[in-house]
Design a protein around this ligand. Structure first.
Ligand SMILES: Cc1cc2nc3c(=O)[nH]c(=O)nc-3n(C[C@H](O)[C@H](O)[C@H](O)COP(=O)(O)OP(=O)(O)OC[C@H]3O[C@@H](n4cnc5c(N)ncnc54)[C@H](O)[C@@H]3O)c2cc1C
Length: 411
């Protein structure tokens, strides 16, 4: 087992860190001014995209594109980008586009690749992924009910989606929509995915939903589809494949979120340490109070534990594919957001009142961690996956623990 990053990754880490220090972080105030109420697309971001592309810091997440990195190689880079919540967009590595690009890369027709994938890869447009619905429990994807009915060589779509990230982004031009094409098919074969361009009549972004009183750029939106007609050529892969495609998409998407969260937790810990080193109560610096020293130590240990499991998961996906890493993907999806919210919470406590204000990024970092305990599947669904795998294993080796028992017949 080798825990060193390769020379190529170390070089990219330095290059990316320099880019963040020299261009992204100094642009934070300008970005805030230009984003306005969240619906403007900041010009400074377009400038950063052009610069990042020139430097080869582009599409780093997609194996075979850009620098041709594996998931394991991409992880420490995503961590660096994660420290500023919008920075991934400057490198064309942001959600939900990264997941959509992977999906189209794997399943799209040549025509779809040319029309939708290529402009996404070039950073000219953005996209969203529409699965969750207000009327059904969407953590169970078999519940999804928006109707995608075939009529001649068109699909007619009716229904509502919500919490669709990125749909309010001014560059967002299409949604990948999951819905029911055959209500009578076997439960995992009922759904399909179609591409819906935003300028299709009957399609509307009705509202951008605030999350914990935060409004995120690009938003998390409610969408309405009223007799929306798209050509059958907008079907991705084949009818009935929606569930399988969703599974393939969510694996890599989830691991990217976790990688960025590690960077956000690192930032929270750095802030906590700086504050603890400069603020004094009852005759000593905050870090000299035993409980705060313990929070700092626990936070360091928890980040290291989480990072190791994220790296192992990335390695497993690289070596054997996302299906082989289902348990690990589920595990990091639970562990990392919990770690992130715990560390942000400690940091907010160390900052006192200021930690709850917008003067630090802590409230936003905490909120993002909290979001990830629900978005891309709530904790309980991932815990269910892990427990089921564990019980399947237990069933396979049933009785193997008996010799370890101290019951009379074995003593
Ligand atoms: C900020 C944000 C961004 C999002 N972005 C997107 C997006 O871009 N595209 C998209 O399609 N969706 C998106 N979502 C939606 C998200 O994926 C869903 O909210 C999630 O899958 C849960 O579905 P639900 O809200 O319908 O909760 P429900 O399915 O109603 O579940 C409610 C609760 O029930 C509990 N529960 C569920 N199953 C079990 C179980 N097996 N055992 C025990 N308890 C259980 C859990 O505690 C869960 O939180 C986003 C959500 C948020 C908050």
């Amino acid at each position: 087992m080798d825990f060193e990053y390769t020379p190529k990754v170390r070089q990219l880490q330095r290059q990316l860190q320099d880019f963040m220090d020299n261009y992204v972080v100094p642009n934070l105030p300008l970005w805030r001014r230009e984003i306005g109420d969240g619906l403007e697309h900041p010009q400074c971001l377009e400038d950063l995209k052009a610069l990042a592309r020139e430097e080869g810091l582009w599409n780093l997440f997609l194996p075979g594109q850009g620098q041709g990195l594996s998931n394991l190689e991409y992880a420490p880079l995503a961590e660096i980008m994660g420290r500023v919540h919008w920075a991934s967009e400057a490198f064309n590595c942001s959600a939900p586009d990264a997941g959509n690009m992977e999906l189209l890369h794997m399943f799209a027709s040549d025509e779809q690749r040319e029309r939708w994938l290529q402009p996404l890869l070039d950073g000219k447009i953005r996209s969203c992924f529409a699965m969750s619905e207000p009327d059904v429990a969407s953590s169970d994807a078999t519940n999804i009910q928006i109707s995608i009915r075939r009529e001649g060589d068109e699909y007619v779509i009716n229904g509502r989606k919500w919490f669709i990230s990125g749909a309010a982004h001014p560059l967002c031009t299409f949604a990948i929509v999951m819905g029911v094409t055959d209500p009578n098919a076997e439960v995992h074969k009922r759904q399909s995915m179609v591409i819906v361009p935003f300028d299709t009549p009957g399609f509307k972004v009705v509202r951008n939903i605030e999350v914990m009183s935060h409004s995120f750029p690009g938003g998390h939106c409610e969408l309405v589809f009223r007799d929306v007609r798209v050509p059958c050529s907008n079907l991705i892969h084949q009818e009935g494949a929606g569930f399988a495609i969703a599974q393939a998409r969510l694996g890599p998407g989830r691991i990217h979120h976790c990688m960025r969260s590690i960077g956000q937790a690192e930032l929270a810990l750095e802030l906590m340490c700086e504050r603890a080193a400069e603020r004094r109560t009852f005759g000593r610096y905050l870090h000299q109070h035993a409980n705060i020293a313990e929070w700092i130590a626990l936070s360091r240990m928890e980040i290291e534990q989480a990072r190791l499991l994220v790296l192992k998961t990335a390695w497993m996906i690289d070596q054997h594919g996302a299906r082989s890493a289902l348990r690990e993907i589920a595990s990091i999806k639970v562990i990392v957001p919990r770690m992130q919210t715990t560390i942000c919470d400690r940091a907010m406590q160390v900052f006192g009142a200021m930690g709850l204000s917008p003067d630090t990024p802590l409230a936003e970092l905490w909120t993002w961690g909290r979001v990830l305990r629900i978005a891309d599947g709530p904790d309980e669904v991932h815990l269910r996956t892990i427990a089921r795998q564990e019980m399947d294993l237990a069933a396979e080796r049933r009785g193997a623990t008996l010799p370890y028992m101290n019951t009379p017949e074995f003593v």
